[in-house]
Ligand binder design. Structure first.
Ligand SMILES: [Zn+2]
Length: 153
């Protein structure tokens, strides 16, 4: 579709998926309550990040909505994922069996390039939808053409 290398496709998808998670988890004022330490942060990347529970090296979990929540930069970077708190949060949310299944899932799922492209499209549209519904300005993230197509619902 875009003739990008796999590396660039992943980079593009990382960016839009992170945006999606942060938009999904913020309120209409753009505030995210970090699920690990309860700090309030602005959805913008400088304060707020997409935190992966199962590490993002496992491709299947890298773009898995159940594995990712928006949280504060301190938990994600300074506390290196705040893993104990994140584990408790995940167990409360999904139950111990599901969390164990995710953690010990060693299957390798091959994600093809065309699937990366499809996910980029999907999450681009989702970002526009959520941002529109919440009234959040995302104009610096997408081209005017994309916004005119999808920033309305
Ligand atoms: Zn936090």
């Amino acid at each position: 579709m875009w003739n990008l290398s796999r590396k660039d496709l992943k980079k593009k998808l990382d960016r839009v998926f992170s945006l999606y998670i942060r938009l999904r988890d913020c309120d209409k004022k753009g505030i995210v309550r970090c699920p690990l330490c309860w700090a309030k942060v602005i959805w913008n990347w400088t304060q707020c990040q997409n935190m992966h529970y199962v590490k993002r090296e496992k491709m299947w979990y890298r773009y898995n909505e159940r594995n990712c929540y928006a949280g504060c930069k301190r938990c994600n970077v300074v506390l290196n994922g705040n893993y104990e708190k994140y584990t408790l949060f995940m167990i409360k949310k999904y139950g111990i069996e599901e969390v164990e299944r995710m953690l010990y899932d060693n299957k390798t799922y091959k994600i093809h390039d065309y699937e990366l492209e499809e996910m980029i499209q999907h999450y681009t549209i989702e970002c526009c939808k959520i941002a529109y519904i919440k009234g959040i300005n995302i104009s610096k993230y997408f081209s005017k053409k994309i916004l005119s197509l999808y920033y309305k619902y």
